[in-house]
Design a protein around this ligand. Structure first.
Ligand SMILES: [Zn+2]
Length: 478
């Protein structure tokens, strides 16, 4: 039996290193693939712990693999460290106050994700070392989760091959293990080129790219009636050709997201969307070209690993919050709009379907939800996408969420950025590191668990194998 209390002690001993790492990444607030300083910070921390760093993996300058140990089992820990544009916010301030107007901010908590996963990798390494056990720990530095699908490029390059399992986490508003699938997703730019002309004096000479973009979207909106219920198509205009109505617009561009439960379903809808775009170009006498933004596979759940993580979360117990931390959480809850606040009981009821009304009310009244969401096997598909999906197609994967923010906090908000350097997040990331490291200890000492996780993974593949949704000729763009 593994000594999990000892693992927790080893992680606690180095907690200050990894909470400081979170703060450093939070301050860098870099986005997409341009993550030099964030990657530098994590590489330096893991190098300091004795890991060997391979930088510039899969054609991405700031993707890296930090390896320690040798032999089986091989355990992969996934780390992210990208921020979001437009979410700059001063730390700890419960009112919207950007550090830089329009600047980047860690509005999804990936500074904590990267640092917490590094704390987990370091904790497992310390435990292996102390116990003299064999095994390999690999931390994967994965860029551009938010808008670039870094893990899809890593998966395409085969860097997860040879792993026995992959574990990760995400800072969240509750303590739970991820039990849902997610939607496969293609993100594609469609551009139209036309011919400019004076819209009043010589309209017959113009070929409007804006007309083409509008006709494409009209066509796609008719397509919606003839696709599967679970699919999602959304679009944004990224170029409308200009702001003057008396000029025929010579250029336009749309960014489309096409999502469905399976990559094959996304592919067939995508082919129809391309036909519609070609039709729009034909109708308007313009030309159409498309460019890949990114894509991600759906997430294959692994209940064998998920349940092991959940058991570890229960054995670890909840984080203890001080009165000061609860007051801090309340000060942020006070900034939420009434609609968001009034949704809290319904969210709690969804997490705890068997709880009595009075229990739900009591949990909903807490500034931080410290209860553990029961593990529930489900066929539910989250109507969203993540590039962890690409990893889950290559290796049995599980991820845990820990409560790092006040209840009711909205993902990708200034409030979430503002909490990013608080002790709430510091405690939450160390908590997640322990759950990941405990689960890795189970893997190290219980070969039957690995065999069961692999058998479930094979069942979920259902005879298919991973095919990267990003075409081979497309490379990551900063
Ligand atoms: Zn995120």
């Amino acid at each position: 039996m593994s000594d999990k209390r000892r693992i927790a002690e080893l992680i606690d001993k180095k907690a200050a290193v990894f909470t400081a790492l979170n703060d450093k990444i939070w301050e860098c607030a870099e986005i997409r693939f341009g993550l030099k300083h964030s990657a530098d910070a994590i590489c330096a921390a893991l190098e300091g712990e004795g890991f060997t760093i391979e930088r510039g993996v899969a054609g991405m300058a700031h993707a890296f693999i930090a390896t320690w140990g040798k032999g089986a089992p091989e355990i992969g820990i996934l780390g992210e460290y990208d921020a979001l544009p437009g979410l700059s916010q001063q730390a700890g301030v419960p009112e919207k106050k950007p550090v830089i107007a329009g600047g980047n901010g860690h509005g999804c908590g990936h500074s904590a994700l990267g640092a917490g996963s590094a704390a987990a990798a370091s904790g497992i390494k310390d435990y292996l070392q102390e116990q003299g056990l064999s095994g390999t720990v690999k931390y994967y530095g994965c860029p551009a989760e938010e808008s670039g699908s870094g893990k899809a490029y890593l998966a395409r390059a085969g860097v997860f091959n040879g792993l026995d399992i992959a574990l990760t986490w995400h800072p969240m508003m509750e303590n739970s293990v991820w039990t849902m699938s997610s939607l496969a997703n293609y993100q594609i730019f469609f551009s139209f080129k036309g011919r400019s002309a004076h819209a009043a004096a010589a309209p017959e000479n113009g070929r409007s790219a804006l007309d083409a973009a509008e006709l494409m979207s009209v066509g796609v909106n008719y397509l919606r009636e003839h696709i599967i219920q679970e699919a999602r198509i959304h679009y944004a205009y990224t170029d409308v050709g200009g702001g003057l109505p008396n000029v025929v617009q010579a250029s336009s561009e749309l960014l489309y997201f096409i999502r469905a439960p399976k990559p094959s379903q996304v592919q067939s809808i995508f082919e129809r969307v391309v036909d519609i775009a070609k039709g729009a170009a034909l109708m308007t006498g313009t030309t159409m070209s498309l460019r890949w933004d990114s894509a991600a596979a759906n997430y294959l759940v692994n209940n064998t690993l998920g349940k092991a993580m959940h058991t570890n979360m229960i054995s670890l117990g909840p984080v203890t919050w001080t009165e000061e931390e609860l007051a801090f959480a309340r000060s942020f809850q006070a900034t939420l709009d009434e609609g968001t606040r009034s949704n809290i009981p319904a969210t709690v009821a969804r997490y705890f379907p068997r709880a009595a009304k009075t229990e739900i009310e009591a949990m909903a009244a807490k500034p931080i939800l410290d209860d553990i969401v029961p593990y529930k096997e489900t066929n539910w598909v989250l109507p969203g996408s993540t590039d962890v999906g690409d990893v889950s197609w290559q290796v049995p994967t599980a991820q845990v969420f820990t409560a790092c923010y006040p209840q009711g906090t909205v993902s990708h908000s200034w409030q979430l950025t503002a909490c990013g350097k608080s002790s709430l997040v510091h405690k939450g990331l160390i908590h997640a590191a322990k759950i990941i490291a405990f689960t890795a200890a189970d893997i190290l000492e219980n070969p039957a668990l690995v065999a069961d996780a692999k058998a479930e993974y094979q069942r979920r593949l259902d005879g298919e194998s991973y095919c990267c949704p990003i075409p081979p000729e497309v490379n990551p763009e900063e």
